[in-house]
Design a protein around this ligand. Structure first.
Ligand code: ADP
Ligand code: MG
Length: 666
């Protein structure tokens, strides 16, 4: 090893530049942040060849004094902080004083700037870190930074740049994030002479989202607002039909800065847990505003990562705000049948019956879902509830009578599998076993319970209390029929509703169990003969840890050496499902524990999704008519049921108008 040298400033700058500037997109990010910090309300970004040969960022902000221009390109030169204390209250995007120095050291750079009250502006020219000239300039207020031939003096770095198109996409992604972060600033992005993005700068976040992601995305959003202990959240999350297969559309901003943060991502995804299929990711544009002293943005030179002094309140704020926004959302997806191809001739009469053959399959595949923004309106009142319960009474009594006579002890079904094949073969025995078990008659989650409750005043009162958050359906609806033993067709004023009976029942059970937990009401069935559920000792241990929650939803159990004796069931849960349910509890809780941010109630709630799935009616099986009535009635009362706990839609609607259009009546 030789003698130790202190590197020349220019070499040190070059080394440091690598941390801040690694591609055109990072240059644009830094220049945009400077433009925003300057107080501009209009910013234009132009690039050629993905930014590799040319980048220009112009703003109408405060400008830089001519004599400050050479200082601005020195390392650790900043007007945004003065001392270490200022690091605790950073409200600007920049503060490290590194960006201009870094960019200048690896490119040819020109800064043209004029302050508002100055007569003239000035231009500073820097090449590979060396100041070439500083001259007076006549120019408009604000600052324009031009960066050419990035990494011309660092061939090793230039070699690593991707194709121009990839670099242009990366720049566009940065401009999008920055534009999203400031709806009050008008952004324009031009790539190779083409205008790619323009935001209005009118301060309306939804308009900004529209101009960046388009109408479809902007129309499928749910507003989020919340405030806990002085930390505020606001913005939007995508609905369940506005999801992605990666996390690229998750946009989090802290005090206006776009950041990536695992805590917030985890909280968002947890909140979406029962609203989204597991392989999909939610989208969001969420702003968190907090005291800058509780967040450290100085974790990495790119300032993309942040550290919170305490992660818990952030997790809870995001989780509960998003969750409550999802729970309050009552929008249902609408069925959008794509027009069948007219084979070139306008006005050609379509075949009245279109079988799905290979040629048509494509058009059927295109059947899309989209949300109808108009929530269900209430109009004429409906006395269905009472009538249906009475009709139901007769129905169910008949069912009970005929089925009880036939009951046998067949082995249990495999639950939660695709049961379409069972279709018509679903037997009365299975029905008894699943829903009229002699040990556990009377369930609140199936029609039979309604009857039992009519007879039993005390449990009726309980049920009413349990159902109190539900609203009386005041609009008229009627069940038209059921197709494939899976989808209930409902006519609802001027709309047709297609209800996935399993998904709907699953959500209803889930909501009821959750309501029980919160209201501490018990409508349980005491079992004369307890049900023994075999579990491993670790599974029993985990169930014991969640005894309070499990008991709160109406289960009762005693612990044995290698099993649990279940002696109480919540109404609505069939005894045949109990073993599966306890296994599900144990599996889910075991899989979810271990993360510090995921709280106990979230873990339990996740386990409940699975429990609800096990206990719900199965698609593909025929059930007595009363079941469908009961499910739809519930669905009408609990309006915010939109997706099942696994994130699949519960019901879709199609307006008469849309149907008329399909048949060319309009
Ligand atoms: P930082 O942003 O961390 O302060 P930079 O190297 O990005 O460091 O910029 C150095 C300084 O140059 C800034 O502190 C600011 O005073 C000035 N500056 C840079 N860009 C602009 C701009 N677009 N408008 C006004 N001032 C600017
Ligand atoms: Mg900066």
């Amino acid at each position: 090893m030789g003698k130790i040298n202190v590197l020349a400033i220019s070499v040190a700058n070059l080394i440091a530049a690598g941390e801040v500037v690694d591609r055109p997109a990072s240059v644009i990010k830094e220049l945009l942040e400077n433009a925003i910090d300057s107080g501009a309300n209009s910013i234009t970004v132009e690039i050629n060849n993905g930014g590799v040969t040319f980048m220009r960022v112009s703003d109408n902000g405060c400008g830089i004094e001519p004599e400050d221009l050479p200082v601005a390109v020195r390392r650790h030169a900043t007007s945004k902080i003065k001392d270490a204390h200022d690091l605790e209250k950073i409200m600007t995007l920049g503060f490290r004083g590194e960006a201009l120095a870094a960019i200048a050291s690896v490119s040819n750079m020109r800064i043209i700037s004029k302050q508002k009250n100055a007569e003239y502006g000035a231009m500073l020219e820097v090449s590979a870190g060396n100041i070439v000239s500083l001259s007076e300039r006549g120019c408009s207020d604000g600052t324009t930074v031009i960066v050419e031939e990035l990494f011309a003096n660092v061939p090793a770095r230039r070699k690593f740049l991707k194709k121009d198109l990839s670099e242009a996409i990366a720049v566009a992604a940065i401009v999008e994030k920055v534009a999203l972060s400031r709806p009050d600033i008008s952004f324009r992005f031009i790539s190779d002479g083409n205008l790619k993005l323009e935001s209005s700068g009118d301060g309306n976040l939804k308009n900004t989202i529209y101009s960046i992601f388009g109408k479809d995305f902007a129309s499928k959003l749910i507003e989020v607002n919340g405030n806990i202990d002085g930390i505020a959240i606001n913005g939007f999350v995508g609905r369940s039909d506005n999801v992605k297969s990666n996390r690229n559309s998750q946009n989090f901003f802290i005090n206006g800065r776009y950041v990536k943060n695992k805590t917030m991502t985890a909280a968002l995804e947890q909140a979406f847990c029962s609203y989204l299929p597991s392989e999909k990711f939610p989208c969001c544009v969420l702003f968190i505003t907090l005291n800058p002293s509780v967040v450290d943005v100085n974790v990495h030179p790119s300032k993309l990562e942040v550290k919170f002094s305490n992660e818990k309140p952030i997790f809870e704020l995001v989780y509960y705000s998003v969750r409550s926004a999802l729970e309050q959302n009552t929008g249902r997806p609408s069925v959008n049948l794509e027009r069948l191809p007219s084979q070139g001739s306008a006005g050609k009469v379509l075949s009245p019956f279109v079988p799905i053959d290979d040629g048509k399959r494509e058009s059927m595949k295109k059947m899309q879902l989209s949300y109808d923004d108009i929530p269900i309106r209430s109009s004429a009142s409906n006395d269905f509830t009472q009538k249906s319960e009475l009709n139901l009474f007769a129905d169910i009594q008949k069912q009970k009578q005929s089925l009880t006579e036939e009951k046998t002890s067949e082995e249990k079904d495999k639950e939660c599998q695709s049961t379409l094949d069972l279709g018509d073969n679903y037997t009365a025995e299975q029905y008894i076993r699943d829903f009229i078990n002699p040990l556990n008659e009377g369930k609140i989650s199936c029609p039979i319970q309604l009857i039992d409750n009519l007879e039993d005043q005390s449990s009726e009162a309980e049920l009413e209390a349990l159902n109190s958050p539900e609203s009386e359906p005041t609009f008229s609806w009627q069940i038209v029929g059921e197709v494939f033993n899976s989808y209930i067709i409902v006519q609802l004023e001027d709309k047709m509703l297609i209800v996935d009976k399993h998904a709907a029942h699953e959500r209803i059970i889930f909501e009821e169990l959750k309501a029980k937990m919160n209201s501490a009401l018990h409508s349980s069935e005491l079992l004369i003969v307890p049900i023994e559920v075999m579990l491993t000792s670790s599974e029993i241990e985990i169930i014991k840890q969640y005894r309070t929650e499990i008991e709160a939803i109406g289960f009762g159990f005693e612990e044995k050496a290698y099993s649990l004796n279940i002696n109480m069931l919540p109404s609505g849960i069939a005894s045949s499902d109990v073993a599966d349910i306890f296994q599900t509890f144990a599996d889910n809780i075991l899989n979810s524990t271990g993360s510090a941010t995921i709280t106990r109630d979230i873990i339990f709630e996740k386990a409940l999704y699975q429990v609800a799935c096990k206990a719900a009616v199965k698609a593909g099986r025929a059930y007595p008519e009363g079941y469908n009535n009961w499910i739809v009635d519930k669905l009408m009362r609990i309006k915010d049921i939109t997706v099942c706990p696994h994130g699949r839609p519960v019901a879709m609607e199609m307006s008469k108008k849309a149907l008329d259009r399909q048949f060319e009546r309009t």
